[in-house]
Structures are given as C-alpha cells and as structure tokens.
Design a protein around this ligand. Structure first.
Ligand SMILES: Cc1ncc(COP(=O)(O)O)c(C=O)c1O
Length: 258
C-alpha cells in the first residue's frame, strides 16, 4: 500500500510515521549501549530495567500495580504483542469480536489461529459503539473482543460509558479483552481510558502499548501487560527470541518521562 501511495501520490492510510526525529536522549542511550558492547541477546520477555519502567508507567496511567517479572512482556512492536496474545490465548473455533474498520493485523492473526471473527461496525459521524449490535455479537463462544482506543483509522476515543458497557459484556460472557492502545497519547481534548483500569477488568484484559515517547523512533519496541502473561510470553518467544538489547536500553528512558 505504501508503494502504491508513493506511486500515485495518494494519502497513505496504510502506514503512518512521524515526519520528525526522536529525542536525543533516547537515541544516545541506545548508541551508548552499542558502544559499551551491550550487543548480545536481551532477556526474552524484556530486560529487567525496562519491565520495571513499563510497570511503573502502567501504575501511573491506570493506578494498577503489576508484577514486572510476571505480568509484562516486551516485544519488538505492538503488532507482535497483539499477535502473541491472540496466538497464545485464542483457540481454533473461538469467536473474537472486532470493531470495524480495524488495524489489518488483527484479522490476519485471527485467521492464523482459525478463530471465527465477528465484526461490529462503527458508523460515522461519531463512530459510537452500537450497543444492541454489540450485545448480539457476544455469545457463549466469545473468547475475546479487540478494543483499539484511540481508534485507527477513525480517531475515535472510546468513552468511559462505552468501555463500561464493553466490560459488562466481557464479564457476563466470561470473555477476554485485547486492548490496542498504541495511540494513547493522541487524544487531544478527549480522555484516554484503559479498559484494564475498570473494575474487574485487569484480570481478563491484555493491554498493548508502544514505547511511549519513543513513538517518534518507530518500532523500537512494543509491550503488553496482563495477568494472562504465560501464554503470551510463550508465543512471543516463537516469533522473536528477544527485542534488541540497545533499543531496550534506549526505551527505558521513554517510560520514565511524564
Ligand atoms: C492500531 C494500531 N495498532 C498497532 C500498530 C502497530 O504497532 P507497531 O508498529 O508497534 O507494531 C499500528 C500501526 O500503525 C496501529 O495503527
């Protein structure tokens, strides 16, 4: 899609990246790590300092205390974190609900695990969650729902009321939630709320984010925080033994920023 967009000088809705560079202190931390010879395998689920930084950030953003050693997995990007979560936690034949339109990797990964995908479309102008339709999409076979807020490509930010409704359905049907919060800083006037922070939801939510400030150095890492970590670290190990050591060290600084 990017090749076609360049060829036809079209707006590229397939792949976006900042047109300015990342902060010096992040780049320098990675450069120093390379110079100091920290160039071998990092720990598979994240270097200890990074997992601690992610857990502290998670606490700041959600008020929830998580164990950095057992509830945080570092991946090479959010796409990998999402794929690892789906591969680790969805079984063939399970139903998974997606809000359409959606980031394309969800469907590709769900096809790989042979899940049955149900879509609920967010309609303009406000892309509000169609409650009745969503309620009908849930069944006793629903394994999970994917919630991407702020949402790509509409820019919609799910409201507390909408998230509470989704949470109530997840609890009623004993379903999991995969949240993709890669754009959590891009809310403008709206308030970003993590589904995991709602009562009784952390236990059933897999929460995915990028490297925060270093979103300006795209894809240095992704991560997920969840109680359901076991299946995720296991499947992340298959797609990628570890995230690069120097980039992991560089990313630590991002999470410490407010
Ligand atoms: C909604 C959404 N999730 C995840 C990603 C990808 O994240 P990463 O580049 O860290 O794999 C993107 C990138 O465009 C996205 O739009």
């Amino acid at each position: 899609m990017s090749i076609l967009a360049i060829k036809h000088q079209a707006i590229n809705l397939g792949q976006g990246f900042p047109n300015f560079d990342g902060p010096e202190f992040i780049k320098n931390a990675a450069i120093e790590a390379i110079k100091e010879g920290k160039n071998q395998y990092a720990r598979g689920y994240g270097i200890p300092e990074l997992n601690v930084a992610i857990a502290s950030r998670f606490f700041k953003d959600t008020g929830l205390t998580v164990n950095p050693e057992t509830e945080v997995t570092v991946t090479s990007g959010c796409t990998e974190a999402i794929a690892a979560s789906m591969i680790g936690l969805v079984n063939p034949g399970d139903e998974v609900i997606l809000f359409a339109p959606f980031y394309d990797s969800y469907l590709a990964t769900l096809s790989m695990v042979d899940a049955k995908v149900k879509t609920v479309t967010l309609q303009p102008p406000d892309f509000a969650v169609p409650k009745e339709e969503l309620e009908k999409a849930f069944s006793n076979k629903t394994r999970a729902i994917v919630v991407n807020t702020p949402h790509n490509p509409t820019g919609k930010v799910f409201s507390r009321q909408e998230l509470e409704f989704i949470a109530s359905l997840c609890k009623k049907h004993n379903a999991l939630a995969f949240t993709d919060e890669v754009y959590h800083r891009l809310t403008y006037e709206a308030e970003h709320i993590s589904l995991a922070s709602l009562e009784g939801m952390y236990e059933r939510t897999e929460f995915t984010r990028k490297n925060f400030l270093s979103d300006r150095v795209e894809d240095w890492m992704g991560n997920c925080t969840t109680k359901l970590n076991m299946g995720i670290t296991a499947s992340a190990c298959i797609s990628n033994i570890c995230n690069g050591n120097p980039f992991s060290i560089g990313c630590c600084g991002c999470f410490k920023c407010t």
